[in-house]
Ligand binder design. Structure first.
Ligand code: ZN
Ligand code: ZN
Ligand code: ZN
Ligand code: ZN
Length: 90
């Protein structure tokens, strides 16, 4: 039985002809699912922090709804406030 390991895209499941890995999560993805300008897979691209564009966003600001990373979204009681809203609020 012949089986291939890690040759299908982790996002769309298509066969990968040319190996490309996401710089952020390391997922093996096809060329269609990799953003060439920054080397990120589509899921990381969608989940990036709105403020720094560097880290994966893990929460959304309760005021503006933007996705932010832990560095840029401060938890306040039960809600998350991003840096942008925090500085504007003052
Ligand atoms: Zn793909
Ligand atoms: Zn990724
Ligand atoms: Zn950030
Ligand atoms: Zn905000």
């Amino acid at each position: 039985m012949l089986y291939t390991l890690g040759t299908s895209c982790e996002i769309c499941g298509d066969d990968i002809s040319q190996e490309s890995r996401c710089k952020m999560c390391g997922a093996l993805v096809c060329a269609d699912c990799l953003v060439k300008s920054n080397g990120l897979c589509l899921s990381c691209e969608e989940a990036k922090c709105y403020l720094c564009n560097d880290y994966l966003a893990s929460r959304a600001c309760n005021l503006c709804g933007k996705l932010v990373c832990e560095e840029h979204g401060i938890k306040k009681d039960e809600s998350t406030i991003c840096d942008e809203c925090r500085t504007r609020d003052k």
